[in-house]
Design a protein around this ligand. Structure first.
Ligand code: GAL
Length: 458
Protein backbone atom coordinates (compact mmCIF):
# COMPACT_ATOMS: atom_id res chain seq x y z
CA UNK A 1 0.00 0.00 0.00
CA UNK A 2 1.60 3.18 -1.13
CA UNK A 3 -1.01 5.37 0.55
CA UNK A 4 -0.54 6.88 3.95
CA UNK A 5 -3.50 7.19 6.24
CA UNK A 6 -4.09 9.99 8.76
CA UNK A 7 -2.15 9.93 11.99
CA UNK A 8 -4.10 8.17 14.72
CA UNK A 9 -6.06 6.05 12.22
CA UNK A 10 -7.14 2.89 14.06
CA UNK A 11 -5.90 -0.38 12.50
CA UNK A 12 -7.66 -3.42 13.82
CA UNK A 13 -9.38 -6.71 13.28
CA UNK A 14 -12.69 -8.04 14.57
CA UNK A 15 -14.41 -11.16 15.88
CA UNK A 16 -17.56 -11.96 17.84
CA UNK A 17 -18.17 -14.13 20.88
CA UNK A 18 -20.36 -16.85 19.42
CA UNK A 19 -18.18 -17.18 16.34
CA UNK A 20 -14.92 -17.85 18.20
CA UNK A 21 -15.31 -18.54 21.92
CA UNK A 22 -16.77 -22.04 22.06
CA UNK A 23 -17.15 -23.24 25.67
CA UNK A 24 -20.86 -22.84 25.11
CA UNK A 25 -21.88 -24.28 28.46
CA UNK A 26 -18.67 -23.96 30.46
CA UNK A 27 -18.15 -22.15 33.75
CA UNK A 28 -21.71 -21.04 34.31
CA UNK A 29 -22.53 -19.67 30.85
CA UNK A 30 -26.22 -19.77 29.95
CA UNK A 31 -27.48 -20.82 26.50
CA UNK A 32 -27.97 -18.28 23.73
CA UNK A 33 -30.44 -18.32 20.86
CA UNK A 34 -27.58 -19.37 18.56
CA UNK A 35 -26.79 -22.40 20.75
CA UNK A 36 -30.38 -23.48 20.30
CA UNK A 37 -30.77 -22.47 16.65
CA UNK A 38 -27.77 -24.66 15.72
CA UNK A 39 -29.55 -27.66 17.23
CA UNK A 40 -32.46 -27.38 14.82
CA UNK A 41 -31.81 -29.74 11.90
CA UNK A 42 -31.30 -27.97 8.60
CA UNK A 43 -30.67 -24.49 9.96
CA UNK A 44 -26.88 -24.44 9.78
CA UNK A 45 -24.67 -25.84 7.04
CA UNK A 46 -23.43 -29.33 7.89
CA UNK A 47 -25.14 -29.26 11.28
CA UNK A 48 -22.24 -27.13 12.54
CA UNK A 49 -22.43 -25.05 15.70
CA UNK A 50 -20.34 -22.67 17.76
CA UNK A 51 -20.15 -25.16 20.66
CA UNK A 52 -16.36 -25.31 20.31
CA UNK A 53 -15.72 -22.78 17.53
CA UNK A 54 -12.08 -21.61 17.74
CA UNK A 55 -12.02 -22.46 21.44
CA UNK A 56 -10.91 -18.90 22.08
CA UNK A 57 -12.34 -19.09 25.61
CA UNK A 58 -9.51 -21.49 26.47
CA UNK A 59 -6.88 -19.97 24.21
CA UNK A 60 -7.07 -16.29 24.86
CA UNK A 61 -3.37 -15.97 25.72
CA UNK A 62 -2.39 -17.62 22.46
CA UNK A 63 -4.80 -15.43 20.52
CA UNK A 64 -3.58 -12.20 22.03
CA UNK A 65 -0.02 -13.29 21.22
CA UNK A 66 -1.17 -13.86 17.63
CA UNK A 67 -2.65 -10.36 17.47
CA UNK A 68 0.56 -8.91 18.80
CA UNK A 69 2.55 -10.83 16.24
CA UNK A 70 0.30 -9.40 13.52
CA UNK A 71 0.93 -5.86 14.73
CA UNK A 72 -2.73 -5.09 15.42
CA UNK A 73 -3.35 -1.84 17.24
CA UNK A 74 -7.00 -2.50 18.06
CA UNK A 75 -9.13 -5.60 18.51
CA UNK A 76 -12.90 -5.58 18.27
CA UNK A 77 -14.61 -8.46 20.09
CA UNK A 78 -18.04 -8.97 21.58
CA UNK A 79 -19.15 -9.90 25.05
CA UNK A 80 -21.49 -12.84 25.30
CA UNK A 81 -24.53 -11.63 27.23
CA UNK A 82 -25.41 -15.15 28.51
CA UNK A 83 -21.81 -15.71 29.65
CA UNK A 84 -22.16 -12.67 31.87
CA UNK A 85 -25.84 -12.99 32.78
CA UNK A 86 -26.85 -16.61 32.16
CA UNK A 87 -30.58 -15.86 32.22
CA UNK A 88 -30.30 -12.46 30.53
CA UNK A 89 -31.19 -10.57 33.67
CA UNK A 90 -30.58 -10.94 37.38
CA UNK A 91 -27.73 -13.17 38.48
CA UNK A 92 -24.22 -12.38 37.26
CA UNK A 93 -21.69 -15.10 36.43
CA UNK A 94 -18.35 -14.24 38.09
CA UNK A 95 -16.45 -16.58 35.76
CA UNK A 96 -17.75 -14.64 32.79
CA UNK A 97 -16.54 -11.41 34.34
CA UNK A 98 -13.16 -13.03 35.03
CA UNK A 99 -12.80 -14.16 31.41
CA UNK A 100 -13.38 -10.72 29.90
CA UNK A 101 -11.23 -9.07 32.56
CA UNK A 102 -8.38 -11.39 31.60
CA UNK A 103 -8.89 -10.75 27.89
CA UNK A 104 -8.95 -6.96 28.32
CA UNK A 105 -5.88 -7.02 30.56
CA UNK A 106 -3.90 -9.21 28.19
CA UNK A 107 -4.80 -6.94 25.28
CA UNK A 108 -3.69 -3.84 27.12
CA UNK A 109 -0.45 -5.57 28.18
CA UNK A 110 0.15 -6.26 24.48
CA UNK A 111 -0.51 -2.62 23.54
CA UNK A 112 -3.78 -3.48 21.79
CA UNK A 113 -6.84 -1.32 22.31
CA UNK A 114 -10.04 -3.25 23.13
CA UNK A 115 -13.14 -2.24 21.14
CA UNK A 116 -16.12 -3.98 22.68
CA UNK A 117 -19.43 -4.87 21.09
CA UNK A 118 -22.16 -5.51 23.63
CA UNK A 119 -24.50 -7.45 21.38
CA UNK A 120 -23.37 -9.58 18.46
CA UNK A 121 -26.52 -11.71 18.16
CA UNK A 122 -26.19 -14.21 21.01
CA UNK A 123 -29.29 -13.31 23.00
CA UNK A 124 -29.80 -15.30 26.21
CA UNK A 125 -32.40 -17.97 25.44
CA UNK A 126 -34.37 -17.07 28.56
CA UNK A 127 -35.14 -13.67 27.06
CA UNK A 128 -36.27 -15.13 23.75
CA UNK A 129 -38.60 -17.74 25.17
CA UNK A 130 -39.72 -15.88 28.27
CA UNK A 131 -39.98 -12.35 26.90
CA UNK A 132 -40.36 -12.61 23.12
CA UNK A 133 -36.77 -11.68 22.37
CA UNK A 134 -36.43 -8.47 20.39
CA UNK A 135 -40.19 -8.35 19.97
CA UNK A 136 -40.77 -8.07 23.72
CA UNK A 137 -41.65 -4.73 25.28
CA UNK A 138 -39.09 -4.98 28.07
CA UNK A 139 -36.08 -6.09 26.01
CA UNK A 140 -34.54 -2.63 25.84
CA UNK A 141 -34.53 -2.34 29.63
CA UNK A 142 -32.89 -5.74 29.99
CA UNK A 143 -30.27 -4.71 27.48
CA UNK A 144 -29.60 -1.44 29.29
CA UNK A 145 -29.13 -3.32 32.59
CA UNK A 146 -26.69 -5.72 30.94
CA UNK A 147 -24.83 -2.80 29.35
CA UNK A 148 -24.65 -1.08 32.73
CA UNK A 149 -22.97 -4.14 34.16
CA UNK A 150 -20.38 -4.13 31.35
CA UNK A 151 -19.58 -0.44 31.83
CA UNK A 152 -19.31 -1.00 35.55
CA UNK A 153 -16.88 -3.92 35.31
CA UNK A 154 -14.89 -3.11 32.18
CA UNK A 155 -15.32 0.61 31.52
CA UNK A 156 -12.20 1.58 33.44
CA UNK A 157 -10.20 -0.01 30.60
CA UNK A 158 -12.54 -0.11 27.59
CA UNK A 159 -12.77 3.24 25.82
CA UNK A 160 -14.76 2.27 22.74
CA UNK A 161 -18.16 0.65 23.00
CA UNK A 162 -20.42 -0.58 20.23
CA UNK A 163 -23.89 -1.26 21.55
CA UNK A 164 -25.38 -3.45 18.84
CA UNK A 165 -23.86 -5.11 15.82
CA UNK A 166 -25.97 -4.84 12.67
CA UNK A 167 -29.55 -4.38 13.83
CA UNK A 168 -30.59 -4.89 10.18
CA UNK A 169 -29.35 -8.50 10.32
CA UNK A 170 -31.02 -9.17 13.65
CA UNK A 171 -34.33 -7.78 12.41
CA UNK A 172 -34.41 -9.05 8.82
CA UNK A 173 -32.54 -12.36 9.01
CA UNK A 174 -33.67 -13.24 12.54
CA UNK A 175 -37.28 -12.06 12.58
CA UNK A 176 -38.19 -11.61 8.89
CA UNK A 177 -36.58 -14.27 6.71
CA UNK A 178 -35.87 -16.60 9.60
CA UNK A 179 -32.48 -17.75 8.31
CA UNK A 180 -30.64 -16.63 11.46
CA UNK A 181 -31.59 -17.14 15.11
CA UNK A 182 -34.23 -17.04 16.42
CA UNK A 183 -35.57 -18.08 13.01
CA UNK A 184 -38.89 -16.29 12.92
CA UNK A 185 -40.65 -15.52 9.65
CA UNK A 186 -42.82 -12.44 9.36
CA UNK A 187 -43.26 -9.31 7.28
CA UNK A 188 -44.07 -7.07 10.24
CA UNK A 189 -41.91 -8.40 13.08
CA UNK A 190 -38.62 -7.04 11.65
CA UNK A 191 -39.83 -3.46 12.00
CA UNK A 192 -40.90 -3.98 15.59
CA UNK A 193 -37.63 -5.75 16.38
CA UNK A 194 -35.76 -2.90 14.69
CA UNK A 195 -37.59 -0.37 16.82
CA UNK A 196 -36.69 -2.22 20.01
CA UNK A 197 -33.08 -2.59 18.89
CA UNK A 198 -32.85 1.17 18.42
CA UNK A 199 -34.37 1.80 21.83
CA UNK A 200 -32.06 -0.73 23.45
CA UNK A 201 -29.06 0.95 21.86
CA UNK A 202 -30.24 4.38 22.96
CA UNK A 203 -31.01 3.31 26.52
CA UNK A 204 -27.55 1.77 26.88
CA UNK A 205 -26.03 5.00 25.58
CA UNK A 206 -28.08 6.98 28.07
CA UNK A 207 -26.80 4.80 30.93
CA UNK A 208 -23.24 5.30 29.73
CA UNK A 209 -23.61 9.05 29.37
CA UNK A 210 -25.44 9.54 32.66
CA UNK A 211 -23.37 7.28 34.87
CA UNK A 212 -20.00 6.61 33.32
CA UNK A 213 -18.83 8.74 30.42
CA UNK A 214 -17.58 11.74 32.38
CA UNK A 215 -15.43 9.51 34.57
CA UNK A 216 -14.44 6.78 32.15
CA UNK A 217 -13.99 9.05 29.16
CA UNK A 218 -14.91 6.56 26.47
CA UNK A 219 -16.94 6.78 23.26
CA UNK A 220 -20.05 4.83 22.42
CA UNK A 221 -21.90 4.15 19.18
CA UNK A 222 -23.75 1.56 17.13
CA UNK A 223 -22.55 -0.47 14.14
CA UNK A 224 -24.82 -0.73 11.12
CA UNK A 225 -24.18 -2.76 8.02
CA UNK A 226 -24.80 -1.64 4.49
CA UNK A 227 -23.90 -2.68 0.98
CA UNK A 228 -23.65 -0.05 -1.73
CA UNK A 229 -26.55 0.17 -4.17
CA UNK A 230 -25.60 1.49 -7.59
CA UNK A 231 -28.40 2.52 -9.96
CA UNK A 232 -28.59 -0.01 -12.78
CA UNK A 233 -29.18 2.79 -15.26
CA UNK A 234 -29.35 6.54 -15.21
CA UNK A 235 -33.14 6.68 -15.32
CA UNK A 236 -34.85 8.52 -12.47
CA UNK A 237 -36.65 5.25 -11.57
CA UNK A 238 -33.42 3.35 -11.08
CA UNK A 239 -31.74 6.20 -9.25
CA UNK A 240 -34.71 6.39 -6.90
CA UNK A 241 -34.64 2.62 -6.46
CA UNK A 242 -30.98 2.73 -5.42
CA UNK A 243 -31.68 5.53 -2.96
CA UNK A 244 -34.69 3.66 -1.58
CA UNK A 245 -32.61 0.52 -1.15
CA UNK A 246 -30.01 2.45 0.87
CA UNK A 247 -32.76 3.97 2.98
CA UNK A 248 -34.35 0.59 3.75
CA UNK A 249 -30.91 -0.80 4.57
CA UNK A 250 -28.96 1.88 6.43
CA UNK A 251 -31.15 4.94 6.93
CA UNK A 252 -33.70 2.70 8.68
CA UNK A 253 -31.34 2.75 11.68
CA UNK A 254 -29.15 5.77 11.02
CA UNK A 255 -31.87 8.35 10.29
CA UNK A 256 -33.52 8.01 13.73
CA UNK A 257 -30.12 8.49 15.36
CA UNK A 258 -28.96 11.39 13.19
CA UNK A 259 -32.28 12.96 12.15
CA UNK A 260 -34.80 11.79 14.75
CA UNK A 261 -37.14 9.74 12.56
CA UNK A 262 -37.38 6.84 10.10
CA UNK A 263 -36.88 7.72 6.42
CA UNK A 264 -40.01 9.03 4.79
CA UNK A 265 -40.10 6.31 2.15
CA UNK A 266 -40.26 3.67 4.87
CA UNK A 267 -43.02 5.46 6.72
CA UNK A 268 -45.18 5.77 3.62
CA UNK A 269 -44.55 2.29 2.28
CA UNK A 270 -44.86 0.41 5.56
CA UNK A 271 -47.73 2.26 7.21
CA UNK A 272 -48.73 0.68 10.51
CA UNK A 273 -46.09 -2.05 10.22
CA UNK A 274 -43.44 0.54 11.11
CA UNK A 275 -43.74 1.71 14.72
CA UNK A 276 -43.72 5.46 15.04
CA UNK A 277 -41.06 7.35 16.91
CA UNK A 278 -42.94 9.51 19.40
CA UNK A 279 -41.51 12.49 21.26
CA UNK A 280 -40.18 10.38 24.11
CA UNK A 281 -38.45 7.85 21.85
CA UNK A 282 -37.08 10.64 19.74
CA UNK A 283 -35.50 12.35 22.74
CA UNK A 284 -33.92 9.04 23.64
CA UNK A 285 -32.70 8.00 20.17
CA UNK A 286 -31.70 11.21 18.40
CA UNK A 287 -28.03 12.00 18.89
CA UNK A 288 -27.30 8.68 20.57
CA UNK A 289 -24.01 7.86 18.82
CA UNK A 290 -20.57 9.35 19.33
CA UNK A 291 -19.40 7.77 16.06
CA UNK A 292 -20.79 6.00 13.00
CA UNK A 293 -19.86 2.29 12.98
CA UNK A 294 -20.10 0.68 9.55
CA UNK A 295 -19.78 -2.91 8.37
CA UNK A 296 -19.45 -3.11 4.61
CA UNK A 297 -19.02 -6.12 2.35
CA UNK A 298 -20.39 -5.69 -1.16
CA UNK A 299 -22.27 -3.79 -3.85
CA UNK A 300 -25.27 -4.57 -6.03
CA UNK A 301 -27.10 -2.82 -8.83
CA UNK A 302 -30.54 -1.54 -7.96
CA UNK A 303 -33.41 -1.06 -10.38
CA UNK A 304 -37.05 -0.28 -10.01
CA UNK A 305 -38.80 -3.60 -9.62
CA UNK A 306 -40.20 -4.79 -12.88
CA UNK A 307 -37.43 -2.98 -14.74
CA UNK A 308 -35.27 -6.06 -14.47
CA UNK A 309 -37.68 -8.96 -13.98
CA UNK A 310 -36.26 -12.03 -12.38
CA UNK A 311 -33.20 -10.28 -11.02
CA UNK A 312 -34.33 -9.99 -7.40
CA UNK A 313 -32.16 -12.08 -5.18
CA UNK A 314 -30.15 -12.17 -1.99
CA UNK A 315 -29.16 -9.48 0.48
CA UNK A 316 -32.19 -7.35 -0.22
CA UNK A 317 -34.10 -7.37 3.03
CA UNK A 318 -37.82 -7.66 2.59
CA UNK A 319 -37.63 -6.89 -1.08
CA UNK A 320 -41.37 -6.59 -1.60
CA UNK A 321 -41.38 -3.66 0.83
CA UNK A 322 -38.65 -1.68 -0.83
CA UNK A 323 -39.66 -2.66 -4.34
CA UNK A 324 -36.13 -2.85 -5.67
CA UNK A 325 -34.64 -5.38 -8.08
CA UNK A 326 -31.05 -6.24 -7.22
CA UNK A 327 -28.40 -7.70 -9.50
CA UNK A 328 -24.65 -7.88 -10.00
CA UNK A 329 -22.45 -7.33 -13.02
CA UNK A 330 -21.02 -10.53 -14.52
CA UNK A 331 -17.70 -8.71 -14.60
CA UNK A 332 -17.42 -8.33 -10.85
CA UNK A 333 -15.40 -11.08 -9.18
CA UNK A 334 -17.26 -12.99 -6.47
CA UNK A 335 -16.06 -14.18 -3.07
CA UNK A 336 -16.94 -17.56 -1.64
CA UNK A 337 -20.11 -15.94 -0.19
CA UNK A 338 -21.04 -15.02 -3.78
CA UNK A 339 -20.63 -11.39 -2.78
CA UNK A 340 -19.23 -9.13 -5.50
CA UNK A 341 -15.87 -7.44 -4.99
CA UNK A 342 -16.49 -3.79 -5.87
CA UNK A 343 -14.06 -1.51 -4.02
CA UNK A 344 -15.46 1.76 -5.43
CA UNK A 345 -18.83 0.90 -3.88
CA UNK A 346 -17.24 1.33 -0.47
CA UNK A 347 -16.03 4.84 -1.35
CA UNK A 348 -19.45 5.82 -2.67
CA UNK A 349 -21.13 4.52 0.47
CA UNK A 350 -18.75 6.43 2.73
CA UNK A 351 -19.43 9.58 0.76
CA UNK A 352 -23.19 8.99 0.91
CA UNK A 353 -23.00 8.67 4.71
CA UNK A 354 -20.81 11.76 5.05
CA UNK A 355 -23.26 13.75 2.97
CA UNK A 356 -26.49 12.53 4.52
CA UNK A 357 -25.36 12.71 8.13
CA UNK A 358 -23.22 15.83 8.14
CA UNK A 359 -19.82 14.17 8.05
CA UNK A 360 -19.80 12.16 11.27
CA UNK A 361 -16.65 10.37 12.46
CA UNK A 362 -16.87 6.91 10.86
CA UNK A 363 -15.16 3.67 11.73
CA UNK A 364 -15.32 0.70 9.40
CA UNK A 365 -15.83 -1.94 12.06
CA UNK A 366 -15.90 -4.81 9.52
CA UNK A 367 -14.76 -5.37 5.96
CA UNK A 368 -13.48 -8.61 4.52
CA UNK A 369 -14.06 -11.60 2.29
CA UNK A 370 -14.36 -15.38 2.38
CA UNK A 371 -12.17 -17.63 0.26
CA UNK A 372 -11.58 -21.38 0.58
CA UNK A 373 -8.00 -21.22 1.86
CA UNK A 374 -5.87 -24.29 2.50
CA UNK A 375 -2.30 -24.49 3.76
CA UNK A 376 0.42 -25.64 1.36
CA UNK A 377 3.80 -26.53 2.84
CA UNK A 378 2.96 -24.73 6.04
CA UNK A 379 1.93 -21.44 4.35
CA UNK A 380 -1.50 -20.13 3.45
CA UNK A 381 -1.35 -18.14 0.26
CA UNK A 382 -4.46 -16.01 -0.16
CA UNK A 383 -3.67 -13.56 -2.96
CA UNK A 384 -7.36 -12.91 -3.63
CA UNK A 385 -7.83 -11.64 -0.10
CA UNK A 386 -4.76 -9.41 -0.34
CA UNK A 387 -6.13 -8.00 -3.61
CA UNK A 388 -9.50 -7.45 -1.93
CA UNK A 389 -7.96 -5.44 0.91
CA UNK A 390 -5.69 -3.51 -1.43
CA UNK A 391 -8.66 -2.49 -3.52
CA UNK A 392 -10.87 -1.53 -0.60
CA UNK A 393 -8.16 0.35 1.28
CA UNK A 394 -7.28 2.31 -1.86
CA UNK A 395 -10.90 3.47 -2.25
CA UNK A 396 -11.23 4.14 1.47
CA UNK A 397 -8.15 6.31 1.25
CA UNK A 398 -9.77 8.12 -1.67
CA UNK A 399 -12.84 8.80 0.46
CA UNK A 400 -10.67 10.32 3.18
CA UNK A 401 -8.98 12.51 0.55
CA UNK A 402 -12.46 13.64 -0.48
CA UNK A 403 -13.18 14.80 3.06
CA UNK A 404 -14.86 11.77 4.66
CA UNK A 405 -13.99 11.67 8.37
CA UNK A 406 -13.00 8.00 8.46
CA UNK A 407 -10.96 7.17 11.51
CA UNK A 408 -10.36 3.44 11.55
CA UNK A 409 -10.60 0.10 9.77
CA UNK A 410 -11.16 -3.38 11.22
CA UNK A 411 -10.66 -6.46 9.10
CA UNK A 412 -13.27 -9.17 9.42
CA UNK A 413 -11.92 -11.45 10.72
CA UNK A 414 -8.89 -12.21 12.84
CA UNK A 415 -9.31 -15.92 12.16
CA UNK A 416 -11.50 -18.39 10.31
CA UNK A 417 -14.54 -18.97 12.47
CA UNK A 418 -18.16 -20.05 12.72
CA UNK A 419 -19.84 -18.14 9.89
CA UNK A 420 -23.43 -18.34 11.17
CA UNK A 421 -25.76 -20.31 8.88
CA UNK A 422 -22.77 -21.21 6.68
CA UNK A 423 -21.04 -22.97 9.59
CA UNK A 424 -17.30 -23.45 9.10
CA UNK A 425 -17.72 -23.65 5.35
CA UNK A 426 -16.84 -19.99 4.75
CA UNK A 427 -13.45 -18.67 5.79
CA UNK A 428 -13.13 -14.93 6.45
CA UNK A 429 -9.98 -15.10 8.58
CA UNK A 430 -6.59 -13.57 7.95
CA UNK A 431 -5.49 -16.54 10.07
CA UNK A 432 -6.22 -20.13 9.11
CA UNK A 433 -7.64 -22.30 11.90
CA UNK A 434 -6.99 -25.99 11.33
CA UNK A 435 -10.26 -27.96 11.69
CA UNK A 436 -9.16 -30.66 14.14
CA UNK A 437 -6.29 -29.24 16.18
CA UNK A 438 -7.53 -25.63 15.94
CA UNK A 439 -3.91 -24.61 15.37
CA UNK A 440 -3.62 -21.03 14.07
CA UNK A 441 -1.53 -20.15 11.00
CA UNK A 442 -1.41 -16.53 9.82
CA UNK A 443 -2.22 -16.28 6.12
CA UNK A 444 -0.28 -14.13 3.66
CA UNK A 445 -2.99 -11.47 4.04
CA UNK A 446 -2.18 -11.20 7.74
CA UNK A 447 1.47 -10.58 6.96
CA UNK A 448 0.48 -8.07 4.31
CA UNK A 449 -1.77 -6.25 6.81
CA UNK A 450 1.07 -6.13 9.31
CA UNK A 451 3.15 -4.31 6.69
CA UNK A 452 0.36 -1.83 6.00
CA UNK A 453 0.15 -1.04 9.70
CA UNK A 454 3.91 -0.67 9.93
CA UNK A 455 4.12 1.53 6.85
CA UNK A 456 1.60 3.82 8.38
CA UNK A 457 4.12 4.71 10.99
CA UNK A 458 2.68 2.99 14.01
C1 GAL B 1 -21.29 -9.60 9.41
C2 GAL B 1 -21.27 -10.09 10.83
C3 GAL B 1 -20.09 -10.93 11.17
C4 GAL B 1 -19.61 -11.82 10.04
C5 GAL B 1 -19.62 -11.11 8.71
C6 GAL B 1 -19.33 -11.98 7.50
O1 GAL B 1 -22.61 -9.39 9.02
O2 GAL B 1 -21.30 -9.00 11.72
O3 GAL B 1 -20.40 -11.62 12.32
O4 GAL B 1 -20.22 -13.03 10.04
O5 GAL B 1 -20.85 -10.50 8.48
O6 GAL B 1 -20.47 -12.58 7.01
Amino acid sequence: MEHLFPKGFVWGSATSAYQIEGAWNADGKGPSIWDVFCMIPGKVHGGHSGATACDHYHRLEEDVALMKQLGLKAYRFSISWPRLMPAGSGAVNPQGIAFYNALIDRLLDAGIEPWVTLYHWDLPVALEFGNGGWLGEDISDHFAAYADLCFQYFGDRVKHWITINEPWVVAILGYGLGVFAPGRVSNAAPYLAGHHLLKAHAKAVRVYRDKYQSVQNGRIGITNNCDWREPLSDTPEDRQAAERALEFFLAWFADPIYKGDYPECMRTRLGARLPSIGAEDRALIEGSSDFFGLNHYTTMYAAASGAAPGSVYGNGGLSEDQDVALSVSPEWPLTDMQWAVVPWGCRKLLEWIAQRYNNPPIYITENGCAYPDQPKNGRVHDPARVAFFEGYLREIHGAIQNGVDLRGYFIWSLMDNFEWASGYDKQFGITYVEPESLRRTPKDSALWYREVIRNNGL
